[in-house]
Design a protein around this ligand. Structure first.
Ligand code: ZN
Length: 311
């Protein structure tokens, strides 16, 4: 199962426990967002086409319980997958405000019916479960089964009902920060790119496990980034130590060649010998082996380099 589907499943489980008005708003989003109707007996009857069995059955259940109307669920086999067509009656379209009668003719309404405050989130849940998707970067350990590989945080709702775009954007923005909107040919795309806002949106929609998975990825990535940063830092220090040691060894060899080394003080000869014998040792390691301070070793090595320049 994809991460997006696991989030949707979690959200769908919250719907039956909602108030009747909120369940109707969920159905309004699912049916109105697609705005697909069959003309039957002079009525416009909403239909839902989906691959999501749970969504199909839930909408039929809401029709039954909240509108006392039986929706017809038709299962179509498409290769390995099933497609569900759910056909509702025209009265539901009227009750939800999806259609209006103008001069005796039933027409599809372009306006989004006004929603009570409590219904806004369930409306958004309906949009997300029908037209939404979400991806987060895949964790290194594959702790989330069969997750779609992705490098970015992204949540979107591709809403086919373009005339609802502005109001939907306002509703989404009243729930979480950061929503952006762009027009596509056949839909309005409302999306989030920021992990924190996506997390808030998941929680607002009741997808708490989805939020936890997101947090796990955030934590894992931050640990990995820190480890990488530390490793880079250590190797940069090693490079510096090696470069410095090379310079010191060259200086000592030069002093030896021009015969100056033998005439130096015991302290300088001692440190020169220690460096030649331990080309990879750090200053601290040299200092410890000579029983002097690091600063002292540093000064003496510097002195050797200085003297070698006069050879
Ligand atoms: Zn409500």
């Amino acid at each position: 199962m994809t991460y997006a589907q696991s989030v949707k499943d979690e959200i769908l489980k919250t719907i039956k426990g909602l108030r009747p008005c909120c369940q109707k708003s969920f159905l309004l989003a699912v049916l109105g967002g697609a705005s697909a109707f069959n003309l039957s007996g002079g009525q416009l009857c909403p239909t839902l086409a989906t691959r999501d069995e749970k969504l199909a059955l839930l909408t039929a259940d809401i029709a039954q319980k909240q509108f006392n109307s039986t929706a017809q669920v038709v299962v179509e086999q498409k290769g390995k997958n099933q497609k569900y067509n759910v056909n509702f009656d025209g009265e539901i379209a009227k009750a939800l405000g999806l259609v209006q009668t103008i001069d005796g003719v039933v027409q599809v309404s372009e306006q989004l019916p006004s929603l009570s405050k409590c219904c806004k989130v369930s409306f958004v849940k309906g949009l997300f479960c029908t037209f939404g998707s979400v991806t987060i970067p895949k964790p290194a350990q594959g702790s989330i089964a069969n997750m779609t590989p992705s490098q970015s945080y992204h949540l979107e709702i591709a809403l086919p009902k373009i005339s609802w775009g502005d109001q939907t954007f306002e509703i989404l923005s009243s729930i979480v920060d950061g929503f952006k909107v762009t027009q596509r040919e056949e839909s309005v795309l409302l999306y989030l790119k920021d992990a924190e806002n996506i997390g808030n949106m998941l929680v607002a929609m009741g997808a708490v496990s989805g939020k936890l998975m997101l947090e796990n990825v955030l934590v894992e990535r931050s640990i990995r980034n820190n480890a990488n940063r530390q490793a880079n830092c250590i190797s940069a220090n090693i490079d510096k130590t090696v470069a410095a040691a090379e310079k010191q060894i060259l200086a000592i060899q030069k002093l030896k060649k021009c015969g100056k080394l033998q005439r130096l003080s015991d302290e300088l000869k001692e440190v020169a010998e220690a460096r030649i014998n331990n080309p990879e040792a750090t200053l601290l390691e040299l200092a410890t082996s000579l029983n002097v301070t690091k600063n002292c070793v540093n000064k003496r090595l510097y002195k050797l380099i200085e003297l070698s320049q006069k050879c």
